[in-house]
Design a protein around this ligand. Structure first.
Ligand SMILES: Cc1cc2nc3c(=O)[nH]c(=O)nc-3n(C[C@H](O)[C@H](O)[C@H](O)COP(=O)(O)O)c2cc1C
Length: 353
């Protein structure tokens, strides 16, 4: 019973963490209410069952340290932090699939079981997650990441976000010419808040869309994700244009199947859609076709473009928390500018390649 209560608390706090992390102080009471009601009993049961399966099962051995690069040909590095082995398992699948070198992030002061007892408010992990400025020191830091172009960065979700030791790692190296691909494991929380945190923390050459895995994800699932990455193709041309009320905007498309399908369709001809005002945070309307849904729990930001229910497009001018498939994000626009362009009511939008 105590565990169930503490996990309910975990869910509520995760939603609040997400709300605070992404929407900061601009959230209205109504929007926070939307975020708070995001988790259903079903979600909580998922966390309970996933946590029961995952947390106590595997323990990363205490003597695990940075691994020496083994493949001089590899320009890919898989880096991960894993306290109970779930993220490590996914990382090892990736290493097998890519032949990449690997590096394990370890804390100078290792995290004990008591340190990650999240039902205890004052456990180390909870205190660290509550303070964005904490930077736990890394044992055996890797000397250089210069010889790598592509870096997979894996971690567990702690209170909706990346553990603070991931921030220590990111601030210790130069990623400005690297491609970084985050991945995580969690009971049920999505990866998007941690992705936004990573993006905001340090300059990164290119940050590809990350992926959240469950503790029991298989090697096939990891391979399926790996195969969809555009690592070798470059995604510079993954752009579309939006014309709204006489203004032309550029959208960077996401690394999702739906965004790729949309891009292909727009290469044939432009499409005009009517978007209706909804909820004080979005404009939403029907697309002429369905696209592949790969929904995840997302806290939106102004400028985000999402696929909703597989056949509707939404443009967000404010934050909401729900399950969506990412289509893209409008480049170089403030929330104020976007609101002014979209206006108060329904709006006609032309999408082109
Ligand atoms: C301190 C702490 C906080 C956690 N917070 C969340 C959370 O907000 N959402 C969630 O879905 N899972 C949460 N979890 C569960 C972990 O994300 C999950 O068990 C993960 O797979 C552990 O990865 P690891 O074995 O690589 O350490 C939390 C676990 C701990 C220890």
């Amino acid at each position: 019973m105590k565990k169930i209560l503490s996990l309910i608390l975990l869910c509520v706090c995760t939603a609040l963490f997400a709300a605070c992390g992404n929407a900061a102080s601009s959230q209205t009471t109504q929007q926070i209410a939307v975020l708070r009601t995001e988790k259903t009993t079903e979600d909580i049961e998922t966390i309970v069952s996933d946590e029961d399966k995952s947390i106590p099962e595997v323990t990363v051995s205490a003597d695990k340290t940075a691994e020496t690069p083994v493949n001089p040909e590899s320009n890919t590095l898989v880096i991960y932090f894993s306290r109970t082995g779930n993220t490590e398992k996914i990382a090892k699948y990736l290493i097998e699939l890519t032949g990449a070198d690997s590096y394990v992030i370890e804390a100078v002061v290792p995290y004990s079981d008591a340190d990650i007892e999240y039902s205890n408010d004052s456990c180390r992990a909870n205190k660290e997650q509550n303070d964005k400025s904490v930077r736990p020191e890394i044992a055996n830091p890797i000397s250089s990441i210069d010889s790598y172009d592509t870096i997979f960065l894996g971690y567990p979700i702690w209170w909706g976000q990346e553990p603070r030791i991931i921030d220590t790692f990111l601030e210790s190296y130069d990623f400005s010419d690297k491609t970084v691909i985050p991945f995580c494991t969690s009971g049920s929380s999505g990866i998007s808040t941690s992705e936004a945190n990573i993006k905001a923390l340090v300059p990164i050459g290119k940050q590809l869309e990350g992926k959240r895995f469950s503790a029991d994800a298989t090697k096939d699932e990891v391979k399926e994700w790996y195969d969809t990455l555009l690592l070798n193709e470059g995604n510079e041309d993954m752009k579309m244009k939006l014309s709204i009320n006489g203004k032309d905007l550029t959208v960077s498309l996401a690394d999702t199947t739906a965004a790729k399908e949309l891009s292909e369709k727009l290469k044939t001809e432009p499409v005009t859609v009517i978007l209706n005002e909804y909820g004080g945070f979005e404009k939403v309307g029907d697309l002429p076709w369905s696209l592949t849904k790969t929904d995840e729990s997302i806290v939106t930001e102004a400028g985000d473009i999402m696929l909703y229910q597989g056949n509707q497009m939404t443009i967000f001018y404010d934050s909401n928390s729900w399950n969506y498939t990412k289509l893209g994000h409008i480049d170089n626009i403030t929330q104020k500018e976007l609101k002014a362009i979209l206006g108060d009511g329904n709006v006609t939008v032309t999408l082109s390649y």
